[in-house]
Design a protein around this ligand. Structure first.
Ligand code: XUL
Ligand code: CO
Length: 437
């Protein structure tokens, strides 16, 4: 097949001063930071659905993307051709991983058996392309939300046969992910949630979702898949309320149903903001709960209140993200998946390169800045000082569980008043961050 991205060569690291917009200014895959090459800090992945299936359609008009390789005709032949396009893109971009939903890579069939056969045929091609290029699958997942059968949800559908169909679909998606050496498998709720509580048995739906995830964990064990399972939080859209609302909600769900040993979080920036949190909050909360897994890198728009899935370019944001990821020991076997799409107005193939280069560079800068902040140590020192009283005799006794309300009452009756507070110096902290930018 002729090159899909003719005229575009391998994207190289050329440093911050280059004038070449098809080059990396900061992402230098083999440059070592905190003892690890950049590529291993990030494990960057391209989303098959946005990059190779996104059409640019919106509720007001059809797709705008110019994708000369999408010539139509037999859907399976097109899907197989698309594999070559995807791997040409990964190679030219120098991106090590990709992620997919089953129905991104292979077309839906008329029956479940036909769907399975289509997926097997494309998996053959993906396997060959991986072997040829050394590119890897970060995670796979199943699309349990596009087909009309999933109108009321999949694992939480009131229709038991829809639950059964979804189980069969995930079984297959897991097997294909396993076959392709996927490092993980993602559950994103799709239509698992509700539009109206009057017609919804929430307890039953949550029980069913848990049963479904347990079946997936059991099947992974049966086939020897040892990749990491992830749960991806999102508060709303498409449903008014999604059961995987935010990290805290997901952690509570996993612990309630005994899934916490098997499932970590795949945290997406735009989903965090839709939940009324900063991405840094979601990452830190997952980290301190021991469930920080992988991230879907993107950003929303401050003026638009839905999941716009834009490419991240804000270095302040990527600094917050990388600071928090380094703090909690990194992502592997997770990674940084660009769950992001080029704008409807950016319809030429080259825009896919500009988008990913910008995202990878923004993350590389965030990593460099976060590492410099850690090496300098001033921020951590200021935080430690703020909590210094907890390293004193009283603080240590409380933290160790050696005090009670009665003993503390005695202590403070003796003192009469607590020690004077010290300023939180928020502005100083914020100014300090800007010193590194
Ligand atoms: C939807 C979303 C999904 C998941 C995978 O908002 O983020 O693409 O990442 O199903
Ligand atoms: Co996502």
């Amino acid at each position: 097949m002729a090159e899909a991205f003719a005229g575009i060569g391998r994207i190289a690291y050329e440093g911050p001063a280059t004038q070449n917009m098809l080059a990396f200014r900061h992402y230098d895959a083999d440059a070592v930071i905190e003892g690890k090459p950049m590529r291993d800090h990030f494990r960057f992945a391209v989303s098959y659905w946005h990059a190779f299936r996104g059409t640019g359609a919106d509720p007001f008009g059809p797709g705008t993307m110019v994708r000369p390789w999408e010539t139509g005709g037999d859907p399976l032949a097109t899907a197989l051709r698309r594999v070559d396009v995807a791997f040409e893109f990964l190679e030219k971009l120098g991106c090590d991983f990709y992620c997919f939903h089953d129905r991104d890579v292979a077309p839906e069939g008329a029956t479940l058996a036909e769907c399975h056969a289509n997926l097997d045929a494309v998996a053959d091609a993906l396997e060959r392309a991986q072997q040829r290029t050394g590119k890897k699958l970060l995670w796979g997942t199943a699309n349990l939300f596009s087909h009309p059968r999933y109108v009321h949800g999949a694992a939480t559908s009131p229709n038991a046969e829809v639950f059964a169909y979804a189980a069969a679909q995930v079984k297959k998606a897991l097997e294909v992910t396993h076959r392709l050496g996927g490092a993980g498998y993602v559950f994103w709720g799709g239509r698992e949630g509700y539009q109206c509580l009057w017609n919804t048995d929430m307890k039953r739906e949550l029980d069913h979702l848990a049963r479904f995830m347990h079946m997936a964990v059991d099947h992974a064990k049966a086939i020897g898949f040892t990749g990491q399972f992830y749960f991806e939080p999102k508060p709303r859209e498409p449903m008014k309320h999604q059961y995987d609302y935010d990290v805290a909600t997901c952690v509570n769900f996993l612990r309630t149903y005994g899934l916490e040993k098997h499932v970590k979080m795949n945290i997406e920036t735009n989903h965090a903001t839709l939940a009324g949190h900063e991405m840094q909050h979601e990452l830190d909360y997952a980290g301190l709960q021991g469930v920080l897994g992988s991230i879907d890198a993107n950003t929303g728009d401050t003026l638009v209140g839905w999941d716009t899935d834009q490419f991240p370019t804000n270095v302040y944001l990527t600094t917050q993200i990388m600071w928090t990821i380094l703090k909690h020991g990194g992502l592997a076997p997770g990674g940084v998946n660009f769950d992001a799409k080029v704008r409807r107005e950016s319809f030429e193939p080259v825009d896919l390169f500009h988008a990913h280069i910008g995202g990878m560079d923004a993350f590389a800068r965030g990593l460099k800045i976060a590492a410099a902040m850690r090496a300098d140590g001033r921020l951590q020192k200021l935080v430690d000082e703020r909590y210094a009283s907890w390293s004193g005799p009283l603080g240590r006794r409380i933290e160790a569980g050696g005090e009670s309300f009665a003993s503390l009452e005695k202590e403070m009756l003796g003192k009469g008043e607590a020690a004077a507070n010290v300023s939180g110096r928020q502005e100083l902290f914020e100014n300090l961050i800007n010193c590194y930018l």
